[in-house]
Design a protein around this ligand. Structure first.
Ligand SMILES: [Mg+2]
Length: 491
């Protein structure tokens, strides 16, 4: 049997748990940009018709007293890790499908934890006892039904579809509830008088394939209770991807490429974290009219460096003739293999790609910084804006009013590692300058580069290193150091 575990209103529940004043109130977790959408609504907010992906302004219209809580990605990721840790105490076969959802194959676990429903109950209790969070669990012989079942008794429910109940359940399951069946398909289904998944059986598989393409044959299988997808653990997981909806639709190819680079970096980071290599790269583009395309490329070498992923993504991107503005970009990798599997090392270096090894060491440095300070901290040099001319006189001491590209920071910090760490981060942010010890025992550093990167650097000095204590910030415009691209530790 397979369990599908889905946390109840996950982000909102974490916020309500951590802040008692938010409990029993309509809250939404959402960003605050113009185009923000609700990422999670508490059950109290859902009573007003608010749901995930609804624009924030609409949520406010539905419920003027709704409380908007900015999300905390790191906190949710940490909670998610704890949840997955608890679940994996019950079975080794856990497939995390999103931050708050997982499939669990419980075959062979019954001797230890009892029949499926009681095991589900034990998992729920363990999660609630340790984290004060509730979840809903669906249990079924196949993945597809387990997922549908977890949604049937939310929040805090357990729904079991046993093997002998599968057939009547499928007979009565509204076709609109089947994942992947969109509006267009539903129109055609109505004409064919297909109201439930069971109704699919009235039609021949060939006819379904002609009418609905790949989905037709999949629906045919599902209607017969066949879903051959296994619960895949990290090692067998099929893909890693990252995508971003842009703050405004774009047409400019340079901007698109810069975004593809950032996405490649994120995907490469995840891939390397899992100690895997891949041989397939995919890009996804959603256009301003919400139509979407994906392009994939199988490569004849194994890769894991961000630059190799980026190179493939760019190849795919350049073959697309852009006619509409881009709304969303995504990069994904698939076809994995364990990095430590006995592959010849030459395979890791494609012919003509002598720099792969060098990029791997750059990746390792970037990864360690990303782990520590989050993925926004690091962007490869070509993602940073070119150095600009000084555009205004900055006001001394007020970070919010910096309008120049050259900034001097003087800070007092403790710890001998600070200088080396500062240098590492400064280089990754493409900044020139220096860091040195002063005679009074404090540390002084000067950064020069684009404004955003300099601001980030200063933010990092203030809060990044664990023992840092920056008590003095000076910003001033300085002439661009024409010949210097380095960041040095001065003694
Ligand atoms: Mg959920």
């Amino acid at each position: 049997m397979i369990l599908h575990i889905d946390m109840d209103a996950f982000f909102a529940a974490v916020e309500q748990r951590d802040n008692p004043t938010l409990r029993n109130k309509p809250i939404i977790v959402a960003g605050n940009s113009k185009r923000s959408v609700v990422s999670t609504a508490s059950y109290e907010a859902r009573q007003f018709g608010i749901h995930s992906a609804m624009p924030v302004f609409q949520a406010k219209q539905n419920c003027p007293q709704v409380i908007i809580v900015p999300g905390d990605r790191h906190k949710y990721a940490a909670e998610s890790k704890k949840i997955m840790g608890i679940i994996s105490n019950f079975s080794p076969l856990v497939e995390q499908v999103s931050i708050d959802e997982a499939y669990v194959d419980i075959k062979g676990c019954e001797k230890l934890f009892g029949p499926p429903a009681s095991m589900a109950h034990k998992i729920k209790t363990a999660i609630f006892t340790e984290l004060s969070l509730t979840c809903s669990i669906g249990i079924a012989p196949i993945k597809f039904l387990a997922k549908i079942a977890s949604d049937m008794d939310k929040p805090n429910g357990i729904t079991l579809i046993s093997r002998h109940k599968m057939d009547p359940f499928i007979q009565g399951l509204p076709i609109a509830k089947v994942p992947g069946v969109g509006k267009q398909a539903l129109k055609l289904m109505a004409v064919l008088q297909i109201k439930t998944l069971g109704d699919i059986r009235k039609y021949d598989q060939n006819l379904l394939t002609t009418k609905f393409g790949k989905m037709g044959s999949r629906l045919h299988e599902l209607s017969l209770g066949i879903d051959n997808r296994q619960v895949e653990t990290d090692y067998t997981r099929k893909s890693i991807s990252s995508e971003t909806t842009l703050s405004q639709d774009i047409f400019d190819p340079m901007t698109a490429k810069k975004i593809l680079l950032a996405l490649s970096q994120r995907v490469g980071h995840d891939l390397r974290k899992k100690k895997m290599i891949c041989c397939n790269v995919t890009i996804k583009i959603k256009f301003s009219d919400f139509t979407q395309i994906t392009r994939s490329k199988k490569i004849d070498t194994w890769i894991c460096s961000s630059s190799a992923i980026f190179k493939q993504a760019i190849c795919l991107y350049e073959k697309i003739v852009l006619k509409k503005k881009i709304r969303l970009l995504g990069v994904g990798v698939s076809h994995f293999m364990d990095k430590n599997a006995p592959v010849q090392m030459e395979l890791l270096c494609a012919p003509g790609e002598k720099t792969t090894k060098r990029w791997e060491s750059v990746d390792m440095a970037v990864d360690s910084i990303m782990e520590k300070f989050g993925s926004d901290m690091v962007k490869k040099a070509s993602l940073n804006k070119p150095k600009q001319k000084i555009i205004a006189q900055p006001k001394v001491g007020k970070m919010s009013e910096i309008a120049c590209t050259n900034v001097t920071i003087k800070g007092r910090v403790q710890g001998v590692f600070f200088r080396a760490e500062t240098q590492k981060v400064a280089i990754l942010l493409n900044l020139a300058g220096y860091v040195k010890n002063r005679s009074d025992g404090s540390v002084e550093a000067q950064f020069q580069g684009n404004e955003e990167a300099v601001k980030k650097m200063i933010g990092w000095c203030r809060t990044g290193p664990p023992a840092s204590r920056v008590d003095h910030v000076l910003t001033e415009s300085t002439p661009i150091l024409s010949n210097s691209d380095t960041f040095d530790i001065l003694y």
